[in-house]
Design a binder for this molecule. Structure first.
Ligand code: MSP
Length: 660
């Protein structure tokens, strides 16, 4: 029999291994935990989209003093405490659409066994020794500090009082690796990101490096992994925890699997735990003869309404509450859009509300809903066929922007610059919104001769939205799925691949669309106190005192004019008033609030046509009730009897800007 020799494929499989820190189970998760985990999820989803086989690991750190103390406070044993607390993390990750491939608990035998194996190997390598230690110790942080490091009897890291202790322990010869580590950091510019953090670590390594105490006497702390060769000691919780990054992919258990994943592509950590990763972990890996992770990325910290987040201040942000109020995707979006990854930032409900309403509900949500409404109305609810003969330059701009976006996203994702990725995605959203206004499909629909052009325009919008759904998927997966399926795209998002599926023109004509509910229903702003505007009166004038100006009644003084509070308003919803042909009920966003306005413009405009438009609102007009509906303000338009044209703007202006 003839055997067919197959050519061995030498192409390396593309893999991506990303981790989060493993979180202490001494307390419930907060926004800091959610932040890293959402960021890791975005990377994992993005790499899967790009065809990488991805391993995304998160989990819980269940040993050590903090957990033992928390359990004692609750009057239960530490394992029962951990079993109880881990549920809060698992549930939150499921609520936040976290797509981790595994979940490590450091009390799990597949981890504890590896920690002991690591200790044996370190012992065999001759890098451990016992010594008696006398010095300062921060109990809650479980860290030793030197005389010089302690600040007035307090821990330099957390500020809590340190204790003087004297005990015998196992030490790891960390100091021996200082030069090698410095060299590694210098030679690998991507090893520690961002740059400022890299410099900090190099600065830290300019000073002499101490050895690391890696044991705790059982007599003082019993809740830890026992030393395999000395029953009087348990493993220092940080050594235990760091080993999770290798124990779960198979170190010491499944070498083939381990080789597939190690070294990790990126460990995401908060800035406060960079040293433990960059120094302790790296030197331990060197001692084990293992490669170092390719990147350690340290992100910044969130403050809340400008203040440090802490239990005692009572301002800890519960991610469950935010996801409940704004939705998972909006919360995910905000975390990565608001602050450049790597920098500190401030969280506030107000800022979240503003981004929700303007970027998600208005820009993206409206683009989607108006496009689908027009497809429903003008092309029978099916994706139309684009017509080559009716192509115009602005169509090419849209397609070219979608292609350029792909390149930018790839570049910025590799830099962990999530906020830039989102900003770039929104430039395409903005372009598409402008494209609607410029091409005015409602006008094209009025004349049968323009049908081919109308179909091209609507196809281009649908295809832009579909491409947006792919680019947005890592960030707002549930919404992206709804967008794609609403447009009749049948591949589930977790099977979509770039670049195969995000080339222009892949959306098939003839598919039935499904509008569904709004992607991001607008949320009512909380009433905020009226903002005093320079040059305007604090209370609206009751009447215009024209007579008192002493000049002709047909002119008014500048002061009289200034009493008008004219504002840029964005129409965020529009609907017909039943039984009134001329009236539309509008919701107009004026920055600080959303006004309900009844406007006599229905003879000229359909709700779709004016959705998203910026108009001029007379904001301090006395409220009136029209057809039983309260109207708070008036929008300006030209026309004698009937409205001919709405007053709007050439440039885009933020809602609430003063018009003068
Ligand atoms: N168990 C260790 C990590 C071991 S990793 C091998 C630990 N756990 S933790 O529960 O304290 O979680 C710490 C993570 O939450 C860190 O990445 C830290 O930076 C992050 N945050 C804690 N407060 C934070 C903010 N206010 N803002 C952003 N992240 C914050 O440390």
């Amino acid at each position: 029999m003839k055997t067919v020799k197959r050519k061995k494929t030498t192409q390396k499989r593309r893999t991506f291994y990303v981790t989060t820190p493993i979180y202490y189970v001494n307390d419930v998760p907060h926004i800091g935990h959610a932040y890293t985990t959402v960021a890791a999820d975005v990377l994992a989803r993005y790499k899967r989209l790009r065809g990488y086989e991805t391993f995304f690991l998160t989990g819980t750190d269940e040993h050590g003093q903090k957990v033992q103390q928390a359990a004692a406070r609750n009057g239960i044993d530490p394992q029962a405490h951990a079993d109880r607390m881990v549920v809060a993390f698992r549930e939150l990750w499921s609520r936040l659409s976290i797509s981790n491939d595994d979940f490590v608990r450091t009390t799990d035998p597949r981890h504890t066994g590896v920690v002991q194996e690591v200790l044996r190997r370190l012992q065999a390598a001759g890098v451990l020794y016992t010594a008696s230690y006398e010095g300062w110790y921060c109990l809650p942080d479980e860290r030793f500090w030197t005389e010089e490091e302690v600040r007035e009897g307090r821990c330099p890291e957390c500020g809590r009082p340190v204790e003087h202790i004297s005990e015998s322990n196992y030490f790891f010869k960390m100091s021996a690796y200082r030069d090698r580590l410095r060299q590694h950091i210098r030679r690998h510019p991507d090893f520690i990101r961002p740059e400022t953090r890299r410099n900090e670590v190099l600065g830290f390594l300019d000073r002499p490096l101490e050895d690391l105490c890696i044991s705790r006497p059982r007599a003082r702390l019993s809740w830890g992994i026992p030393f395999p060769f000395d029953k009087d000691y348990v493993t220092y919780v940080w050594v235990d925890a760091l080993v999770n990054y290798i124990s779960i992919p198979g170190y010491g258990r499944d070498e083939r699997r381990f080789k597939k994943w190690w070294p990790a592509d990126v460990h995401l950590v908060g800035k406060d735990i960079l040293t433990t990763h960059a120094v302790y972990w790296s030197t331990l890996l060197m001692a084990l003869g293992l490669a170092l992770p390719k990147t350690l990325f340290a992100h910044g910290w969130w403050t809340v309404d400008g203040e440090k987040m802490s239990k005692s201040r009572g301002n800890v942000v519960d991610p469950n509450t935010m996801a409940g109020e704004f939705g998972t995707d909006a919360f995910r979006y905000f975390l990565l859009r608001e602050v450049p990854f790597g920098q500190d930032g401030d969280f506030s409900r107000k800022a979240l509300m503003i981004r929700y309403n303007s970027e998600l509900a208005n820009d993206l949500g409206n683009l989607f809903s108006r496009t689908l409404s027009m497809i429903e109305r003008y092309t029978g609810g099916r994706i139309p066929k684009p017509n080559a003969r009716t192509q115009k330059a602005d169509d090419r701009v849209l397609a070219a922007s979608a292609r350029a976006l792909d390149r930018t996203v790839a570049r910025e994702m590799d830099r962990f610059s999530f906020h830039r990725v989102l900003r770039e995605i929104w430039t395409l959203v903005d372009k598409a919104n402008r494209y609607v206004d410029q091409n005015a499909p409602w006008e094209l629909a009025k004349d049968g001769r323009n049908i081919a052009r109308l179909e091209t325009v609507l196809y281009n919008l649908a295809e832009t939205l579909r491409i947006l759904s792919v680019q947005l998927y890592p960030f707002i997966p549930e919404t992206a799925e709804r967008m794609a399926s609403g447009l009749g795209w049948t591949t589930p998002m977790d099977r979509v691949r770039m670049p195969r599926d995000n080339g222009w023109g892949k959306l098939k004509s003839g598919r039935t669309i499904q509008k569904g509910r709004a992607l991001f229903p607008r949320m009512e702003n909380e009433p905020s106190p009226p903002q005093p505007v320079p040059g305007s009166q604090k209370t609206p004038p009751k009447e215009m005192p024209m007579e008192s100006t002493g000049i002709e009644p047909s002119t008014i003084s500048i002061d009289a004019f200034r009493k008008l509070d004219l504002r840029v308003g964005r129409i965020v919803s529009a609907e017909k008033v039943t039984g009134a042909d001329k009236l539309l009920k509008l919701a107009v966003d004026i920055g600080s609030e959303t006004r309900q306005v009844v406007a006599g413009i229905a003879t000229k405009y359909t709700p779709d046509e004016i959705l998203g438009r910026s108009v001029i609102l007379v904001a301090n007009l006395k409220p009136a009730v029209i057809r039983g509906i309260e109207s708070r303000g008036m929008i300006l338009a030209a026309g004698e009897k009937e409205v001919e044209a709405l007053a709007t703007f050439i440039e885009s202006v933020p809602p609430g800007s003063r018009v003068k």
